[in-house]
Design a protein around this ligand. Structure first.
Ligand code: IVH
Length: 673
């Protein structure tokens, strides 16, 4: 093909752009575009360079991995380069990957074997062990040279400082990913917010920023996790030929490996694995952006070799991006249960992580200011794990014209009451209280919700209708509802009306903790409600408590104590509570849990999965907790056992891979007895 000026200009532009984005991503930990948009640029450049080989240059960003290391750490030269991975975006590209392998290996007959595991979204590190001791840790850097981060790596408890056993290579290098789990990320950002420090855009940035701090004491305070996925140089040791077996060996040396790692036969099985991991993606404790497949036989790996930046024997099958760009059309304000006004972004609809998104939270006005997000901007939207979609940042590069920041309305968009902001608080609130139908609706929805009074069939839409039509006004009215009042409502046949009445009656039998949670006291979540119930053991005692005695309760600080105190000081709240109890809301007596240690299941951690007969998961959890056990949502090596009902999910697989006990419903019943 002949080269036109247009092609030359496009290639130059692409290289400049990619270099700029690399610098933002790798050096500044502050990405300027989404991975998806970056991949597109990168692929376009790869395509042009393939079409016009005469235009390829040594310094093109396609010829190296990442970017130059920052200046303040010592540089480490990797003895074997740390490579990147080629990507596949659909099944056809996976088939093509296998076809290429078979051609290179002139392979016929039996299926090829692959090791499969999730692609963690963190950053790659290399760990050097000499005589079984960690002597050096380095980042990937540009693939050939990285930064010496030994002092920081030593602070991670998941990185062994000394290997287990006696029989290990004299000198060898382990490679893997440093990342941050969703829950840890949330807590870290919460902490950053409280201390007035800048919040991290996502777990990957937080991990990168934390690992590349000059003060390793700060790194030590960051919740970094390590998981290994491969080896670099190895001296003085005969390793197994199977990559999968090598990983088992690394685990025996004391390295964490993926609990999801599998050895699979043939590319179809790989595609099946991809689907099953994709289906559990939102429930995983950490962020992944795809699945990595590696030819399992290391001799075959050697035979197929490398291209400049990636091995031919491995591929990352990428998931739909969890961060994408779209346009911010407008900002509305949503009134919550406590009157707080949350700015909500109205977006040009876009698929994020495989789900269409047209609204996302902007959190609060401070965040909008800090991120400088303006109406009309192109913004980066993120949806990860089970959290609601959020606007991460504006793409300032692409701002056109004179755009304005969204403004907080002076009056509540729902009831027209004045909006004000208490000193030192991020939230603006509607001052309407129970005058505001939005607040009343939210309070009732919360009261009815699964973890509160668990009123089956009383969904959000129904509550909205009932408040709008004046059938109910507050939670106190719920138990007075008559079937004939429900009959006129949309989608409310006689049968569903009587079902709802039954559900209301059933919900009256509850626990003290649920009841306290259901009241919707500001900042009293499930855990705090439970602590309050266990400490005071009666609603009367909680109502009578002063701020000082409230603060004696585990996880109740001055702010929560003040909220609880103020709530019960209000006459109307006490009346509502009395009224509910008069209508039959009741709970079994609570015995004070002073000494957790003496309870039969103290110190044990259970995970519940699947459907249990005659028992909701919440109810099962309550029984376990009543015996002093902890109930967690994710399986780890610390889990005592997984309780599996009908149709259990991936948690059982994970438990099995970790050697954690799995109990069926019968075993669970005997445990409780
Ligand atoms: S293997 C020679 N396995 O993805 C192959 N990489 O895009 C080198 N990553 O730099 C990498 N999980 O930071 C491999 N299970 C996994 C991975 C993984 C995450 C990251 C790693 C690497 C990047 C390549």
């Amino acid at each position: 093909m002949t080269v036109t000026d247009k092609i030359l200009t496009e290639i130059k532009q692409l290289r400049d752009d990619i270099n700029k984005h690399n610098h933002q991503y790798y050096v500044l930990d502050d990405p300027s575009i989404t991975d998806q948009a970056y991949d597109q640029l990168f692929r376009r450049l790869q395509k042009l360079e393939a079409d016009y080989p005469q235009l390829r240059t040594e310094d093109s960003p396609t010829q190296r991995v990442g970017s130059i290391p920052a200046t303040h750490f010592d540089t480490v030269e990797h003895e074997l380069p740390m490579l990147s991975l080629d990507n596949a975006f659909d099944d056809d590209e996976m088939m093509a990957f296998e076809k290429r392998l078979k051609e290179r290996l002139t392979h016929q007959g039996a299926e090829l074997s692959y090791t499969a595991e999730p692609k963690l979204d963190g950053l790659a590190v290399s760990l050097l062990y000499e005589q079984g001791v960690l002597t050096r840790a380095a980042t990937r850097g540009d693939g050939n040279r990285g930064e010496n981060i030994t002092a920081n790596a030593r602070t991670l408890s998941s990185i062994p400082l000394r290997l287990q056993g006696k029989n290990f290579p004299q000198r060898f290098e382990v490679r893997g990913e440093v990342y941050i789990k969703h829950a840890d990320f949330k807590a870290l950002n919460e902490q950053q917010r409280r201390s007035g420090a800048k919040e991290f855009a996502n777990p990957r940035n937080a991990a990168a920023g934390s690992l590349r701090l000059l003060d390793s004491r700060v790194t030590a305070s960051r919740p970094l996790t390590f998981c290994c996925y491969g080896l670099g140089i190895v001296e003085g040791y005969e390793l197994p030929v199977s990559h999968f077996e090598r990983m088992q060996l690394l685990q025996a040396f004391g390295f964490p490996i993926s609990p999801y790692i599998k050895c699979l036969s043939g590319i179809e099985a790989c595609i099946g694995y991809y689907q099953s991991i994709l289906a559990t993606r939102d429930n995983l404790a950490f962020e992944i952006d795809g699945v990595v497949f590696k030819l399992d036989d290391v001799e075959q790996q050697t035979r197929v070799g490398f291209v400049s930046r990636a091995p031919r024997w491995a591929i990352a099958y990428k998931f739909p991006a969890q961060e994408v760009m779209t346009k911010l059309l407008d900002v509305d304000f949503q009134v919550g249960r406590t009157g707080a006004l949350t700015p909500v972004a109205r977006l040009e609809p876009v698929a994020v992580g495989g789900v269409m998104v047209s609204n996302a939270t902007l959190h609060n006005m401070d965040e909008i200011q800090r991120k400088d997000v303006r109406i009309g901007d192109v913004v980066i939207v993120r949806r990860a794990g089970d959290v609601i979609p959020e606007v991460v940042s504006a793409v300032i590069d692409q701002r056109e014209g004179n755009l304005v920041l969204p403004r907080m309305p002076e009056n509540c968009p729902v009831c027209g009451s004045q909006v004000s902001r208490a000193e030192g608080q991020a939230a603006y609130r509607c001052s309407g209280g129970l005058v505001c139908s939005a607040q009343r609706k939210e309070a009732i929805k919360h009261f009815a919700s699964r973890k509160a009074m668990d009123i089956d069939g009383l969904g959000d839409k129904l509550v909205e209708q009932m408040v709008d039509q004046g059938i109910i006004d507050s939670i106190g009215d719920l138990y007075h509802l008559e079937i004939h009042q429900l009959a006129g409502l949309e989608r409310m046949a006689e049968k569903s009306a009587s079902n709802l009445k039954t559900a209301l009656d059933n919900s009256k039998s509850t626990t003290l903790a649920r009841f306290i949670f259901a009241l919707g006291i500001r900042e009293v979540g499930e855990t705090t409600a439970e602590s309050l119930a266990n400490h005071f053991t009666s609603i009367e005692a909680i109502q009578a408590a002063d701020i000082e005695s409230l603060q004696m309760v585990a996880d109740v600080g001055p702010v929560v104590a003040e909220n609880v105190y103020q709530f019960f000081q209000q006459e109307k709240n006490r009346l509502v509570i009395d009224n509910l109890i008069q209508q039959g809301v009741h709970w079994p007596a609570v015995t004070a849990i002073e000494n957790h240690e003496s309870q039969p299941l103290a110190g044990h951690v259970y995970v519940i999965t699947g459907t249990l007969e005659g028992l909701s998961r919440d109810q099962a959890a309550a029984r376990l907790k009543a015996k002093g056990a902890k109930v967690s949502s994710s399986v780890s090596a610390k889990t005592t056992a997984v309780i599996a009902g009908e149709k259990p999910g991936s948690k059982v697989t994970k438990a099995e891979s970790l050697g954690v006990k799995v109990l069926d419903q019968q075993a669970f019943q005997s445990l409780l007895e």
